[in-house]
Design a protein around this ligand. Structure first.
Ligand SMILES: NC(=O)c1ccc[n+]([C@@H]2O[C@H](COP(=O)([O-])OP(=O)(O)OC[C@H]3O[C@@H](n4cnc5c(N)ncnc54)[C@H](OP(=O)(O)O)[C@@H]3O)[C@@H](O)[C@H]2O)c1
Length: 280
């Protein structure tokens, strides 16, 4: 099925490196059928990591995902996220229960703290560990955590059980390569790269277009291939269009030459110093 890039979680579970995001899905009822078809297309093509959050469309994205994965649940690696303001000892557990209900499932494969809030990390981690012990989630992780946040997380009880960090990372946002990506790679924490095509904004870059043409590929495919090339990096492009989902899947088939990687470095320079983690 999917003999393409994979990522290994700290638990030893191996999952496809290329998934699908669902931010903005569920906003309009008229688009639901297309959105469901896109998620199903992704799963059919082996992009079985499906990312959502209680925040997206106020829970309606989770409902769309729930409809899409009905009867396919066992094929999917399901990811959702808790709002920081729900990430207390009791609040995280209740938020997770609500997400499970909307998703029509009895467990999440990965539950993320969406970004850092005011509850102590130790409290959120202990709630996540309880959810894990109760079988409601298989793994937990974080999102929008910079290197110093990760170090702090690893210093609290059970903090080292973090299974992923989801951050803004793409050709035009290479800051994580300076320290966060190496830190996560050396600690065995996969990076989920969100907005991997910069929500479409990088696709008109002339150099990206030139390189894509040389491979009879599209700019989105090259942008995704750039991320898939890196160990422990999982891009989660969102598309509500099944044809674009199939196009994005094609990124796993690209083999870019060293010369063209160098050309991409010239067009999208890697960081020379620490860049604070950006958020969208
Ligand atoms: N943890 C966080 O804080 C956080 C923040 C942002 C995002 N995320 C997650 O990461 C996912 C991806 O990020 P994102 O949605 O911000 O941005 P993205 O995946 O970089 O871009 C999505 C946009 O690009 C379009 N698109 C997708 N494939 C395309 C292609 N092949 N050619 C041209 N356009 C294409 C989509 O339109 P169509 O749908 O019309 O195809 C959509 O407008 C989100 O959906 C969400 O799950 C997490």
């Amino acid at each position: 099925m999917f003999d393409d890039p994979t990522v290994t979680l700290p638990s030893g579970t191996s999952i496809p490196a290329l998934g699908i995001g669902t931010w903005n899905m569920g906003e309009t009822t008229a688009d639901a059928a297309q959105e469901i078809a896109s998620i199903r297309k992704a799963i059919e093509l082996g992009m079985t990591v499906v990312d959502t959050a209680e925040m997206y469309a106020d829970g309606r994205s989770e409902e769309i995902v729930g409809e899409a994965i009905q009867s396919l649940r066992d094929d999917v690696f399901l990811v959702s996220k808790v709002y920081p303001y729900n990430a207390s000892a009791q609040g995280a557990i209740e938020a997770c229960e609500r997400s499970l209900k909307r998703l029509g499932t009895d467990h999440l494969d990965l539950y993320l703290l969406h970004w850092r809030g005011s509850y102590p990390l130790e409290e959120t981690v202990s709630a996540f560990e309880k959810l894990k012990a109760d079988g409601k989630i298989r793994n937990w992780g974080v999102s929008n955590f910079d290197t110093d946040d990760m170090e702090e997380l690893f210093s609290v009880t059970d903090g080292k059980n973090c299974a992923a960090n989801q951050v803004l990372y793409n050709l035009s946002r290479r800051g994580p390569e300076y320290d966060l990506l190496p830190w996560c790679q050396s600690h065995g924490v996969p990076i989920m790269a969100y907005s991997p095509i910069e929500q479409g904004r990088i696709l008109s870059n002339h150099e990206l277009i030139r390189i894509a043409k040389a491979y009879q590929a599209t700019p989105a495919q090259v942008a995704l291939a750039f991320l898939l090339e890196r160990d422990g990096v999982m891009p989660i492009p969102k598309s509500s269009n099944p044809e674009r989902v199939a196009e994005n899947r094609g990124a796993t088939e690209l083999e870019i030459t060293d010369e063209d990687w160098a050309a991409l470095d010239a067009a999208f320079p890697p960081p020379q110093k620490k860049v604070s983690l950006e958020m969208l």
